[in-house]
Design a protein around this ligand. Structure first.
Ligand code: GLC
Length: 670
């Protein structure tokens, strides 16, 4: 055997379909590597080659393009750090790592997480994150953007350098390594629909370089833009109306779905595909483990459509995913597609793309339905809408969340609303009015974002705590002049805290990676400074992008009875409860069930260890759920515990489960 290992060199197991000349070029790139490394690469190519070629069918010569990008992949593989090769092996042995119940996510702006405001300083947050059970950290855009305004970094001028105020690429590499040692994986944005008009490609195009002009959709006159506009929607109707921008230097109209300085890339150009593929692999080599594919729905344009969710988007994702699996299998893709239920499931893979596109996708509908349920104290619409969600592959997971850096658009489907005898438009208006505080009796203090008079849409900005009523409750506390006023204010605070925690309990219980939006864990109210700063004054989403104040975190931890203290403890408790519950593994689907009382939202998770029944009281008044009804779901209530506190649930004399104000209960067999 020693003789064999020493002298026999096996041919590398390339797929037969890989053309000989491409094989030779790739072998030349891999030449400096040890044989076992080259073999692993060849095996992976054999495994994913067909998916890569199939994903490239939108382009004229898929095998040729596949061979071209395979050379890029080989170079990235050759340059990949030893620690990351090891990570690739580890993740290949535990491909479900991100589906596990002990994974909690956290998201925020690197410069707003610490006092120093640098990447290196983020490592110092480790204890706070560990206390919250965080295993996944999404740092908001930190690659070099254009000078402000830059849409919070979503207008990238250079994908290969880090914003200089935050640090360097080496700092990023260092941070991903340090955090990984603490069990935390870093997620970064990949803005792939557009670049800043200051990006080198856009600059070259403006200087008249034809090659780079073809990286963008540029039209000499309004004929085609007008034709496209007929079916396009508007993302920022208020501060960036229209989807095209005239550029003097280009002497053309350039496609700009978002702001006028964010130029959409022409993904129908194979050069654009190759550039972005290379950037993905470069970021993977910095130790980034999850890439958030920003605004992915918009990549492919087709006349006569909304130019969102076109089938080519999924083909291109499949090709990118295959390349990543060949080079850096530890890398996970997360789709940011804020689209309806029937569309969003395609981002996790449906039909031929099953298991071949993104692993994670944002559950925007769940987020919207949670706020809708809290405002209406009624679970019927949510139960119907979430209940008809198509099945997603068991290898994927939702990103569940209550708030993020963006506004909330009231994505309530008209048909869903009609099915429960609600008028869709009316309900959306109600939610906007409720959360902007205009609706009589509302507890919320949000702001209207991008009112579109043409459609009646009014999106909402505001922190979770403000939308849950804490800001208003604290105002009441300050204004209280007598004992009764103080008592009313105190119960308003209690209710706001309970509402916020109820929202997060649904987020933690639904299944998938629950992601905390930075500041929510200490009931942060928001940041009014946005209105004064010229770069942010036009964009009130900055109200809910506050700085994480280390002192506020320390105070919350030291004062467990305060509102921030209760929220912090509550969220730590949710993470602890979650981590011990196999029912919450993301391979298990969430079922929503209509309870006898429409003011109670019910989620059931059927795992081979037994069912888990989650009950959420959507109101400030106590509710009960009949024991016999829970038993029909497979759980005799007198043989259960509430996993949120480890005790048997409170049962009334007739065996009903009792739920206090906004109480969540997670019933399982002990
Ligand atoms: C995504 C981001 C949003 C940004 C947009 C354009 O939707 O979440 O903040 O404005 O993409 O990049």
């Amino acid at each position: 055997r020693v003789w064999l290992a020493d002298t026999v060199t096996l041919a590398l197991p390339w797929p037969a379909a890989l053309p000989a000349d491409a094989r030779a070029r790739v072998e030349a790139v891999l030449a400096p590597l040890a044989e076992h490394r080259r073999r692993t690469f060849a095996l992976r190519v054999a495994r994913w080659w067909d998916d890569l070629v199939a994903g490239l069918t939108p382009y004229p010569d898929p095998p040729a393009l596949a061979a071209r990008v395979l050379e890029l992949a080989a170079a990235a593989y050759r340059d990949r750090g030893e620690d990351l090769h090891l990570l690739d092996e580890r993740r290949s042995l535990e491909p479900d790592w991100f589906q596990r119940p002990d994974v909690v996510g956290y998201a925020g702006y690197a410069e707003r997480l610490t006092e120093e405001g640098t990447l290196a300083a983020v490592a110092g947050l480790g204890d706070h994150l560990s206390d919250l059970g965080v295993r996944y950290l999404h740092l908001m855009p930190l690659l070099q953007p254009r000078p402000a305004p830059n849409d919070g970094g979503y207008a990238v001028a250079d994908y290969r350098s880090v914003r200089s105020d935050l640090g360097t690429m080496e700092d990023l590499r260092g941070l991903t390594t340090t955090l990984r040692e603490r069990g935390i994986s870093v997620c970064l944005d990949l803005v792939l629909n557009h670049v800043a008009r200051e990006h080198a490609w856009a600059r070259a195009a403006r200087e008249g370089d034809e090659h780079y002009r073809r990286y963008f959709h540029v039209y000499p006159d309004r004929e085609l833009p007008d034709a496209y506009e007929r079916t396009l929607l508007e993302v920022f109707p208020d501060f960036a109306p229209g989807n095209f921008t005239w550029d003097e230097q280009l002497q053309g109209w350039v496609w700009t779905t978002f702001n006028d300085y964010q130029w959409d890339l022409a993904w129908d150009n194979p050069d654009v595909f190759a550039e972005l593929a290379d950037i993905i692999l470069f970021l993977a080599n910095q130790g980034v483990e999850i890439l958030r594919l920003d605004a992915i729905a918009f990549l492919w344009k087709r006349m006569g459509t909304q130019c969102q969710n076109e089938p080519e988007v999924h083909q291109l994702t499949q090709a990118l995913r295959a390349l990543a699996r060949i080079t850096a299998p530890a890398l996970v893709f997360k789709a940011e597609a804020i689209v309806g239920p029937n569309e969003v499931v395609h981002y996790l893979g449906q039909g031929q793309h099953h298991g071949k596109v993104s692993d994670l996708a944002y559950h925007n509908s769940l987020m919207v339905q949670i706020w809708s349920m809290l405002a209406s104290a009624d679970a019927r619409l949510a139960t119907h809408a979430l209940g008809r969600f198509p099945v997603v592959p068991a290898t994927t997971a939702w990103i569940t969340y209550l708030r993020c850096h963006d506004d909330i658009g009231w994505a309530i489907d008209d048909d869903d609303a009609r099915s429960v005898m609600v008028d869709g438009h009316g309900h959306r208006t109600f939610l906007s009015d409720y959360y902007s505080g205009e609706f009589p009796g509302s507890w919320a203090t949000g702001l209207v974002f991008q009112h579109n008079p043409a459609t009646g849409d009014k999106r909402i900005s505001g922190s979770a705590a403000s939308l849950a009523g804490l800001e208003r409750a604290l105002e009441l506390t300050e204004r209280a002049i007598d004992e009764q006023g103080a008592q009313e204010a105190a119960s308003a605070v209690d209710e706001a805290v309970a509402r916020l925690l109820l929202g997060y309990a649904v987020v933690y219980g639904f299944g998938g990676i629950p992601v905390i939006w930075s500041g929510d864990e200490v009931a942060s109210l928001g940041d009014d400074a946005w209105a004064q700063a010229p770069e942010t004054a036009a964009d009130n989403r900055w109200v809910h992008r506050p700085r994480l104040d280390a002192q506020a975190v320390a105070e919350a931890a030291a004062a467990p009875g305060s509102a921030p203290g209760r929220v912090l403890r509550g969220m730590q408790q949710l993470a602890r409860a979650r981590s011990g519950l196999p029912h919450l593994h993301a391979s298990v689907a969430a079922e929503v069930v209509a309870a006898p009382d429409p003011a109670v939202f019910v989620v059931v998770r059927r795992h081979p260890v037994g069912p888990m029944v989650q009950l959420y009281n959507l109101t400030a008044t106590p509710r009960t759920v009949p024991g016999w009804w829970v038993r029909e779901l497979g759980l005799p209530v007198d043989q259960t515990i509430d996993a949120l506190n480890g005790y048997p649930p409170s049962l009334s004399a007739d065996g009903s489960v009792y739920l206090s104000t906004y109480q969540p209960v997670w019933l399982v067999r002990p």
